[in-house]
Ligand binder design. Structure first.
Ligand SMILES: Cc1cc2nc3c(=O)[nH]c(=O)nc-3n(C[C@H](O)[C@H](O)[C@H](O)COP(=O)(O)O)c2cc1C
Length: 197
């Protein structure tokens, strides 16, 4: 079974709400076992990461970057960086913030660089913005136009589930695309290993 971990931090529930929608999308793909893990928890036992084939990383955007708690998780993987224990695994990222732009791109970039330093392979968010096809803006997949990772916008001080339908839909599509990509890459790797044996 191919194993995928969605690792996230969420102080007020918005990022967790999106993480659960990403999970729903990933669970639509047969042959992939998906786990939702808090960054604070896995940060205390980073060696457990080697058991997974791929990671979807999620953090709120705080002052144009990942939250302190998410950075602590990333820093806890330093020993795995030395051994390159995560090399060749797949990774993707998502972030939630309250403003339409809000410097979310910087957050995705720090996740991307983290994945690159570990030798991982980055998977983006290949979804055309549906508003270009006439879908109402709030209902459109990838309405925020982010291909390097998933972006979602939460109303300032709004309840944790107060996302527009387009962002919820995008989160499910993003999770499904990642899980499907992971399944295909893992299947190819197994086929190659069999051919070499
Ligand atoms: C310390 C702090 C810094 C923040 N910085 C930004 C920011 O740079 N851009 C932005 O759009 N929102 C910013 N926000 C808003 C959060 O990104 C937003 O409330 C998000 O939904 C929080 O996610 P959570 O509920 O999962 O913790 C900030 C919030 C806090 C508490």
């Amino acid at each position: 079974m191919t194993k995928l971990a969605i690792i996230y931090h969420s102080a007020h529930g918005h990022t967790e709400h999106i993480a659960r929608r990403v999970l729903e999308g990933a669970q639509q793909v047969d042959g992939v076992e998906v786990r939702l893990i808090k960054a604070e928890d896995i940060g205390t036992r980073p060696d457990d990461l080697v058991d997974f084939d791929g990671f979807i990383l999620g953090s709120p955007t705080y002052l144009g970057g990942v939250s302190g708690q998410f950075k602590s998780f990333m820093d806890a993987t330093g020993r795995l960086w030395r051994t390159q224990g995560l090399k060749g695994k797949l990774a993707a990222g998502f972030t939630v913030s309250s403003l339409p732009a809000g410097d979310k791109q910087s957050t995705l970039m720090s996740m991307f660089v983290f994945a690159m330093q570990h030798g991982m392979l980055w998977v983006g968010n290949p979804i055309l913005p549906e508003q270009h096809s006439g879908v109402p803006y709030d209902e459109a997949a990838n309405r925020l136009g982010s291909w390097s990772g998933l972006m979602a916008q939460a109303g300032h001080s709004a309840p944790a589930d107060s996302f527009v339908p387009g962002d919820v839909k995008t989160a499910r599509m993003f999770g499904r695309n990642f899980a499907d990509t992971l399944r295909r890459v893992e299947a190819q790797a197994r086929q190659d290993a069999t051919a070499e044996a």
